[in-house]
Design a protein around this ligand. Structure first.
Ligand code: ZN
Length: 142
């Protein structure tokens, strides 16, 4: 299957100088964040200045992509027509190991979701240039 940018009608992120590394990482299957070179604070979303100490310099680190499901909501009404085919769909808040929260969505059925459940990132490539980070429940092997 070939992805065509015109096949995806939902809103896409704006790739900027600050967040380009984040989105290029997603295309490679890596969740990446800026880590402040002065205080070590991990920034999300990407920013020019550290929100903790206002320092500019940062290095990009690769996230484990693991965290916990903090909360979620289920949309039963589409506020944009392009989402009507997805109803009902969820919007989830995930607490990652590296950053406090990332807003995303869970790929699992809502009935399977539990507050605090261990989750891991998966990538949904929606255009040739954009892969959206989403999350799935981690399956603990025993
Ligand atoms: Zn800092």
């Amino acid at each position: 299957m070939t992805l065509d940018a015109t096949d995806y009608a939902k809103p896409l992120p704006f790739v900027t100088r600050e967040n380009r590394e984040f989105w290029e990482g997603c295309l490679r299957g890596e969740l990446r964040f800026q880590k402040c070179a002065r205080c070590g604070h991990v920034r999300y979303p990407a920013a020019t200045l550290c929100p903790n100490c206002l320092f500019e310099e940062a290095e990009w680190i690769r996230s484990s992509g693991r965290g916990r499901l903090w909360s979620w909501i289920v949309f039963h009404k589409a506020y944009m027509d392009t989402f009507s085919g997805d109803l009902p769909y969820n919007v989830a808040l995930v607490e990652l190991d590296e950053v406090p929260f990332i807003m995303s969505s869970m790929v699992d059925p809502v009935e399977d979701l539990e507050i605090g459940a261990e989750v891991e990132v998966v990538f949904d490539q929606v255009t040739p240039d954009i892969a959206l980070p989403k999350f799935k429940l981690s399956r603990v092997s025993d």
